[in-house]
Design a protein around this ligand. Structure first.
Ligand SMILES: Cc1ncc(COP(=O)(O)O)c(C=O)c1O
Length: 386
């Protein structure tokens, strides 16, 4: 037997009580029974997003909601500014180009956060821009961007919004949508929401909803105005057949989140991130990011170690699944996730496995050195006893 641990930044592990809830017999989606669950789920989701507006639930992966943001806010020939600091930032440009939307790219070195001055300069140079599209957490480099500061810049500009891909940030960091003036917030089920892949979530501010009225990009399945009409209170259903089992699961997940409390949820993620960074540093591994994410830690594997083979060995021989690098970071880094159904001892497993693997790859590290560094931080989670 080889026990498996899923420690990747998505999909993440699904808690037992959520799995059990999703295993309940199927219910029909055009029933009062479903609508009651849907309404409760949507309300709780809006509390996590911290918005008074509707949080819409779509049957797709997160990229579906990214596409919906572009098509519902823009017309062909419009211009958007987007931050490209990794695989997911790059995706904004690809989506926009498919719909004939002009793009102004702010290219950011992988592992760095966007400079606010660069966003301001792009906005000044392109007053016609419909918005700034970026990631709260760029998962490919495990890097956080300053979304709050970007939202401050667009707040003063008429018809220009901040669109945040928070797929690995919502439920991880405190990012109150309305307070911070974020205009669009997007998430997905398979990250901090501790569910299998298949749901995307999207919320729009009043300013963003106003843009949807004139946006002429073609759209059918992802027409957010149609979804809002169906999903809003009173109707409490979806325009198309929803992913019923995942919505039941989301209902359970949100109950777990509110049992923990939002502040505790964010504090737990911050602690796990801090412990992982301490462990990686103790092992002498260089961090990928100068603005490290709370959802995952990226670290370079030591010189001479093939990162691809390293991650494969951890997964196939040791049973511990991490993520490697993409594009030019392929074979060079490992990404250790700490979002969703994670607690302190998951970090100990992750670091302990990496220590063993480093030794097996001929890169001697003192066993326990990284784990000890993590434990020192993780101990903060437990109260001292007299
Ligand atoms: C920040 C970010 N954006 C977008 C995506 C794409 O989401 P999906 O794969 O659910 O379509 C991911 C998935 O890893 C992500 O981490």
């Amino acid at each position: 037997m080889l026990k498996q641990y899923l420690l990747s930044p998505g999909p993440t592990a699904v808690p037992e009580r959520v799995l059990l809830r999703m295993a309940h017999p199927m219910i029909h989606h055009r029933t009062p029974q479903f609508s009651a669950i849907f309404a409760e789920t949507k309300r709780m989701l809006e509390q996590v997003i911290q918005t008074k507006n509707d949080a819409l639930i779509l049957a797709s992966s997160g990229s579906g909601a990214m596409e919906a943001a572009v098509t519902n806010l823009c017309s062909p020939g419009d211009t958007i500014i987007y931050v490209n600091g990794g695989k997911f930032g790059e995706r904004w440009g690809k989506i926009a180009a498919k719909y004939g939307v002009n793009t102004v790219e702010i290219k950011v070195e992988w592992g760095q956060a966007v400079e606010i001055s660069a966003v301001e300069a792009a906005l000044d140079a392109h007053p016609e821009a419909k918005g700034v599209f970026l990631q709260a957490s760029e998962t490919s480099t495990a890097t956080e961007h300053p979304i709050r500061e970007v939202a401050r810049l667009t707040a003063a500009r008429k018809g220009c919004v901040t669109v945040v891909d928070a797929i690995t940030a919502l439920g991880v960091i405190d990012m109150p949508m309305d307070d911070w003036g974020l205009d669009v917030v997007i998430s997905g089920s398979q990250k901090a929401f501790m569910l299998p892949p298949g749901l995307a979530m999207i919320a729009l501010s009043d300013k963003a909803w106003a843009l949807t009225e004139s946006a002429a990009c073609p759209r059918f399945y992802f027409d957010l105005a149609t979804e809002r009409k169906n999903q809003q209170a009173g109707k409490d259903t979806t325009a198309w057949t929803p992913a019923v089992a995942l919505i039941l699961g989301l209902n359970e997940v949100l109950k777990m989140i509110f049992e923990e409390g939002l502040d505790n949820l964010h504090a737990r993620h911050a602690l796990l991130a801090k412990a992982t960074r301490a462990a990686v540093a103790a092992l002498g591994m260089k961090p990928v990011s100068s603005s490290p994410a709370t959802s995952a830690t990226g670290a370079f594997v030591p010189d001479g170690v093939d990162g691809g083979a390293f991650v494969k060995y951890l997964r196939d021989i040791m049973g511990v699944t991490f993520a490697g690098g993409q594009d030019h970071l392929k074979g060079k880094i490992i990404r250790i996730a700490h979002l969703g159904y994670y607690d302190v001892f998951d970090i100990c497993i992750a670091i302990s496995a990496i220590e063993i693997a480093l030794n097996r790859f001929g890169h001697p590290v003192e066993m326990g050195r990284g784990v000890a560094a993590a434990q020192t931080v993780l101990a903060e989670r437990f109260p001292a006893q007299e």
